[in-house]
Design a protein around this ligand. Structure first.
Ligand SMILES: C[S@@+](CC[C@H](N)C(=O)[O-])C[C@H]1O[C@@H](n2cnc3c(N)ncnc32)[C@H](O)[C@@H]1O
Length: 191
């Protein structure tokens, strides 16, 4: 993909719909602190970030697409919640080095190098939430295509290789949405 920002801007322009939040979130709510700072990485037009903002977490949304962030900002205004929107290419530039959060969320965005860097952007006891479809998803859906999917069972290796993190919850399977997704919740240990 030559220009990912252009690609995603066009997608969000064509389809500005705000999808419902991921079913992963209510399932993992019991692992979350009662308050704190949260970042939704490559969070699109905010379906999941707004779930956190509505629960009074101080929420940042990072995405490469300015169009998606404008849509998220508008949605946050219309429901009356605060949302910090940061336009950034996280594949090229990772996350802002000066920032740390209590919760980091990635759904439906696969950058294995970035996943390995997440612990350094979390406060102590910070929670990393990750949900992504696996190759088994191809049995029922053409998209996302193979190169954007996790290998079957890869989630368990990713969890093992994360520094300074304890796995609180991990599994993969067919979800109510009809997709085959890996879900992972990890907590940052004291350094
Ligand atoms: C499949 S969408 C998932 C959006 C959201 N996480 C969700 O679950 O609805 C992938 C998102 O990644 C964003 N994205 C793609 N490449 C990116 C990059 N290099 N840096 C930051 N965001 C990126 C896109 O703009 C898009 O919003």
């Amino acid at each position: 993909m030559n220009d990912p920002q252009k690609h995603w801007d066009e997608k969000y322009q064509k389809n500005p719909k705000l999808n419902p939040y991921s079913e992963f979130l209510p399932m993992v709510e019991k692992y979350l602190p009662s308050s704190g700072d949260c970042v939704d990485i490559a969070g699109g037009n905010g379906r999941n970030a707004l779930w956190f903002a509505e629960k009074n977490f101080t929420t940042s949304l990072i995405d490469i697409s300015g169009v998606a962030l404008d849509q998220a900002r508008e949605a946050s205004h219309s429901i009356g919640v605060e949302l910090e929107c940061i336009q950034r290419d996280v594949e090229r530039n990772s996350l802002p080095l000066e920032r740390k959060w209590d919760i980091a969320l990635i759904t439906f965005f696969l950058d294995r190098d970035l996943i390995m860097q997440i612990p350094k952007f979390l406060n102590e006891s910070g929670i990393f939430l990750f949900a992504h479809p696996t190759k088994k998803n191809l049995e029922r859906h053409e998209n996302p295509s193979s190169r954007f999917l996790l290998e079957d069972s890869e989630i368990f290796d990713l969890a093992e290789n994360l520094d300074l993190m304890k796995t609180e919850y991990i599994d993969e399977g067919w979800r109510a949405s009809g997709k085959h997704e890996a879900w992972m919740v990890c907590k940052k240990l004291p350094e």
